[in-house]
Write a protein that binds this ligand. Sequence first.
Ligand SMILES: [Zn+2]
Length: 387
Amino acid sequence: MFRKILRILLIVIIIAGFVFFYFGPQYFDKSMNKVTLKVDHPKKVDWYDSIPFIADLHCDELLWDRDLLKRHDYGHVDLPRMQEANMAFEVFTVVSKTPRNMNYEKNDSKTDNIGLLSFVQLRPVNTWFNLVPRALNQCAALHKNAEGSKGAFRIITSQAEMQKFVEDRKKDRSLCSGMLGLEGAHCLDGKLENLDKFYAAGVRYIGLTHFFDNEWAGSAHGMKKEGLTADGRKLVQKMDSLHIIIDLAHASSKTIDDVLAMTTGPLLVSHTGVQALCNNQRNLSDAHLLEIGKRNGLVGIGLWETAVCGTDAAATAKTIRYVADKIGVDKVAMGSDFDGAIGSHFDVTGFPLIVDALLKEGFTRAEIEMIMGGNVRDFMLRNLPVK
Ligand SMILES: [Zn+2]
């Protein structure tokens, strides 16, 4: 009798484990990456599919261990949906550690949601506890996708590769590309030499901080929100020498000041809003916006409530109009934060709605082509490593 109960118990545990590890990751993905407006195949302005280069500066798809090459009815980005949206280029960013009870105001680095997620996703054991292999595992996943795509998707790491891709895409509009970025330099694990590993893996922009202060810099959402540390200054210097672009998204105000004071290297803010229209410490002040503009930087505008204080394309377009008027239409881009555990307005197939909203804001077709991706292409052609 006892043995029988034990056997039944064992079977129940095995089934529960299977259900948990099979459906768990998908459950988290679905519940974290919602869309606030469900729009199926929105109508496109008649020249939408002729826009030469549609691009986005920030997407966290790699975090969810989703097959990029297959179409999904949840989440925000995969290759088939990129192709439907005539999308040429997406930056795939690596989220490697986020705190429990994550909030915009104050977070410490003691807890680690992504360790738990990596376990549930049954990624390699060294990714459960260690940040460097965890982040490199996500980079490797994108390379695997590129290999599996049979040429439909490629990773760009240099000006030469971007130039080649632009030429190739003139002949084949279904081609898509991606670049790797880091969301938070904490995954270097405090060691400057680890930067070389991420450069070799193809990482070409790095956000210095994510939700907590780290060894290098203060976060807009950290406990102290200080600026660059002494090591952080060394990191910025080394990034400049390798032509790794600095992303100021999530940086504390002091960190932004410190970076502006010490480098003339290329700067972008991959996913943000502006304080003038949506006032919180996550968004850019006018002073920082103007300075980034003066440096010929690039500002990606997001698709979620706390970035643009609205839940539709009109809110994003209004913020784009503000940035364009303030620093120039050649310095603003899309920075969706797709799959970044946000309630996005829509998935990537909703990009035609942004074009409609930009038309309503009075932008010309030529300007819209710049905002929707031309500016990103040109920024990368100027600032990526040459070869
Ligand atoms: Zn972010």
